[in-house]
Every structure is written in structure tokens, then in C-alpha cells.
Design a protein around this ligand. Structure first.
Ligand code: BG6
Length: 466
């Protein structure tokens, strides 16, 4: 019997590379992030996840804190490189045993484990052979997924295939701030397509085992909004919806590429020869049971004036570093001066999640949703042993209110996970940008100190939880 069957899940989330550390412990093989972080290409915030939050050694302490914080679910990812160190070869018993311990520790505490199979970290040998640009990676992923289902499927009820095909590939292949640091939208679409295909393969493996759990995919999804209500803005919004949302969600939920997607890419001169006959059957059979949604902000757009579409990334928190990468003209990103932003340019606009959930209900009425991530990055400070993160409480509270309102109005939302359980490595943003409910004092042996938001979350769950 699962820990929290039927209950609304109130939890928090992490990802292996961002928190585990222990980068060479047991049999673990190198991932693309291990190698990238140790390379000269890692120049913006040149730090690594070698130790990170040391969660590999401290997961029991972290789970104890979750219990103290009233949480009943934990979303974490498995490092592929621990389970199959080179991605395709021998399975590591030591790697498998580590996640046995994590899962069992969750269940012993009444915490529902929600397991992500892939969260940005690819085994380096696969990465060197072309990574997600190659079909071989889909097949390797299916085998890895099956290995995990066979080992943990008796205890894990909620599975997630891949985290954020959209955002991950935008960063890796369009903006170019994640490895392999490519700026080529053609290659980006190819990589994303293979991730979606890999997810479908994994879902098929899952079904073939007849397990009783459910499986989804994590999509960074956006409420698409405009400041002006006119046909040109509406068209920009439709384009942005296709670009950011439907390109992933239609495939995962409906099992098919949106028809206008391929037309649009071909009109843009993109190569789509990687879409092969027979794929449509794999995608159709690989439809998910639920959608995991990472909800942070909306995408505010305006019509493209014919010049290329802008995508932005800011990994320093300095406005002058808000660089734009241009892609072809589907829409242009807009900005609303009346909405506050955090130091990294993220809008603090909780109402966006209500619009997003309503939109998902309209498009995919039969598919339940879990908010698998929501959180606020801030350069928190520990002062006199305490982190007074009122700004984060205000942001999270707003999201919770709007999510519960959408739920009351009929959206099938089944859980909410704060990003993140504790402070951790924030990819190119390094360690200064913190999201945790629990502060990690990196200078003091990764000591844990619950922030004010941790207590707020505990009390809110007690008051509102069902
Ligand atoms: C999500 C990712 O996109 O956003 C997380 O799934 C990530 O892994 C989080 O940490 C916040 O983004 P960032 O870049 O500020 O750490």
C-alpha cells in the first residue's frame, strides 16, 4: 500500500545532480554535468555538484526534516550513472541499492516517493556519441527505465520519465548555457523529439510490466499571456503555446505531434528527417497517465515584427547579463513593468498558475496534473541562525491559493511540490541562488537550517491539507 494513496500530495522536490554529491562514489560513472562542471566551459559560476548538498549521505536527515515539515511526498531523481554507470553496459548493484534505501526510507516515514528517471544528467559516453540527438539514447533510456521499474516498481507508485524536455533542450541547444552549449534550433528540435520518443518508449516498458503505479512526464508549462487583446497578439500567443507547451504536452498526453508543428518547422527550413515511419505508434502507445507540471512563471508575448524570436537566460542575477538568444520569428517576448521580478528576471506572478491549470483542463480534460515544481530563487542570508524568507512565503502562498482555487473549480490537480526540499546546486546559477525550504550552510559541513518558509509550509499543510 502506498504511503499517501488518495491524499493530496504536499511535498518538495530535488534532482540527483543538484543535491546528491558523491560524484564518484560506489560505481557511479560520469555524467555530462560532471564533465561540463569540471571543464573550462563552466565559466559563468565555475562550481560543481561534486558535493552539492551531500544528500547522498544525508537523505535520512532530509526525510526526517520533511516529516517534521508535515510533507507527505518527495519527488527526487535517480542518477542514471549510478544504476548503469556507462549508460548502456552493466547494471550496478551498488547504485540500485542506494535508491532502495532512499525509497524504503521514504515509505518508512509515510512519504510517497515520486521518482524522476531523468533530470538533465546523461551518462557521458552517451553524451559523447551525440546524446539526445541520436536515437540510440532513446533505446538506452528505455533499458535503464525498465531496470528501475523492475527493481522499484513494487514500491514506487508515481513515476516520471523525463524532466522538462522543453527547457532542458532550450538551454542545451538554443540558448547554449547547458552542455553541449550549442546554439542551433534545428539541433534543439531533434534532441527534444528524441526525449519525447524516449519517454514514450519508457511508458511502453512500464505498461508491459503490468505494474500498478502511474507514469507521467514533467513539462515546464507556461500560462501564455499578452498585454493587448487583438488578433496579432492572439496569434503570437498561439505560436508561443505551440512552441513552449503543446510541442511537449500534446505528444505526452495525446500521443501525437501537433500537426502544425512539423509544418511550421519545415516552413522554417528545419530538418525533420529524424521523425521516422512507425514513430507515431510508439508515441501513441507512450501516452502518460498524468502530467507533471513545473510552474514558475508565465510567458508574456507580443507579435513578432519579422525579426527573430528572443529567448532569454540570466544565470548571474545581474540585469546586464540578461542575454538573448534569437530564434525564428514565432513571437517576441514581452515584459510587464507592473509585475515584480526576482533578481534573475523571473516574474513573481502566482495567478499565472490558475490560467495554466484552466488551460490544461481545457486541452487535456482527462489527464490529472501534479505541480511537480514551484519555487523562488533568492540569495537568502542566514542571519543569527535564521532565514527570514518572507518574499518566498508570499510567492508560494500565492501559488497555493491559485492552485486550490483551480482545483475547487474542477481542475484535477493531485499534488504540489515546492522546489526545492533543501538548497542545492542551481545549474549554471551555482549556489548563490537558493530555492530550498531548508537552508544548507555550505561553509559548515552542509548543516541544515529550516527557513521561515519551511515552517509556513508545515502550518499551511496542517491547515489546508486533506
Ligand atoms: C527547473 C528545473 O527548471 O527549474 C530545476 O527542473 C531547476 O532543476 C529549477 O533547478 C530552477 O532553475 P534554476 O536554473 O534557477 O536552478
Amino acid at each position: 500500500m502506498s504511503a499517501a494513496a488518495g491524499r493530496f500530495l504536499w511535498g518538495s522536490a530535488t534532482a540527483a545532480y543538484q543535491c546528491e554529491g558523491a560524484w564518484r562514489e560506489a560505481d557511479k560513472g560520469p555524467s555530462n554535468w560532471d564533465v561540463f562542471c569540471h571543464s573550462e566551459a563552466n565559466s559563468v559560476n565555475p562550481v560543481t555538484g561534486d558535493v552539492a548538498a551531500d544528500h547522498y549521505h544525508r537523505f535520512e536527515e532530509d526525510l526526517d526534516l520533511m516529516v517534521a515539515g508535515g510533507q507527505n511526498a518527495y519527488r527526487f531523481s535517480i542518477a542514471w550513472t549510478r544504476v548503469i554507470p556507462d549508460g548502456t553496459g552493466a547494471v550496478s548493484e551498488a547504485g540500485l541499492a542506494h535508491y532502495d534505501r532512499v525509497i524504503d526510507a521514504c515509505l518508512a516515514r509515510g512519504i510517497e516517493p515520486m521518482v524522476t528517471l531523468y533530470h538533465y544528467d546523461l551518462p557521458q559516453p552517451l553524451f559523447e556519441r551525440g546524446g539526445w540527438e541520436r536515437r540510440e539514447t532513446c533505446e538506452a533510456f528505455a533499458r535503464y527505465a525498465r531496470t528501475c521499474f523492475e527493481r522499484y516498481g513494487d514500491r514506487v507508485r508515481l513515476w516520471l520519465t523525463i524532466n522538462e524536455p522543453n527547457y532542458d533542450t532550450l538551454c542545451s541547444y538554443a540558448i547554449g548555457n547547458y552542455p553541449p552549449n550549442v546554439r542551433d534550433l534545428d539541433r534543439r528540435w531533434r534532441a527534444m523529439y528524441h526525449m519525447l520518443l524516449a519517454s514514450a518508449h519508457a511508458v511502453r516498458e512500464f505498461r508491459s510490466l503490468g505494474l500498478s503505479g502511474q507514469i507521467g512526464l514533467v513539462s515546464d508549462s507556461y500560462y501564455i499571456d499578452t498585454l493587448v487583446d487583438d488578433p496579432a497578439y492572439d496569434e503570437a500567443a498561439r505560436n508561443a503555446d505551440l512552441f513552449f507547451n503543446r510541442s511537449v504536452n500534446d505528444v505526452a498526453v495525446l500521443g501525437t505531434l501537433p500537426p502544425e508543428m512539423r509544418e511550421r518547422l519545415e516552413a522554417d527550413g528545419c530538418d525533420t528527417s529524424y521523425v521516422l515511419p512507425g514513430d507515431e505508434d510508439i508515441l501513441a502507445e507512450g501516452r502518460v497517465d498524468f502530467l507533471g507540471v513545473n510552474a514558475y512563471e508565465r510567458e508574456l508575448v507580443k507579435p513578432s515584427d519579422g525579426s527573430p524570436t528572443n529567448l532569454t537566460a540570466n544565470n548571474t542575477g545581474r540585469p546586464e547579463d540578461n542575454h538573448e538568444k534569437t530564434v525564428r520569428g514565432w513571437f517576441t517576448l514581452d515584459s510587464d513593468p507592473s509585475v515584480p521580478k526576482n533578481a534573475w528576471g523571473m516574474e513573481l506572478y502566482p495567478r499565472s498558475v490558475y490560467g495554466l491549470l484552466m488551460d490544461l483542463r481545457e486541452k487535456y480534460p482527462d489527464t490529472p496534473v501534479y505541480i511537480t515544481e514551484n519555487g523562488m530563487g533568492y540569495a537568502d542570508e542566514l542571519v543569527d541562525g535564521r532565514v527570514r524568507d518572507d518574499y518566498r512565503i508570499e510567492y508560494l502562498r500565492g501559488f497555493v491559493e491559485w492552485i486550490l482555487r483551480a482545483r475547487a473549480e474542477g481542475c484535477d490537480v493531485r499534488g504540489y511540490f515546492v522546489w526545492s526540499t533543501m538548497d542545492l546546486y542551481s545549474w549554471i546559477n551555482g549556489y548563490r541562488k537558493r530555492y530550498g525550504l531548508v537552508y544548507v550552510d555550505y561553509g559548515d559541513d552542509c548543516r541544515r537550517i529550516p527557513k521561515d518558509s519551511f515552517y509556513w509550509y508545515r502550518d499551511m499543510i496542517k491547515e489546508r491539507g486533506e
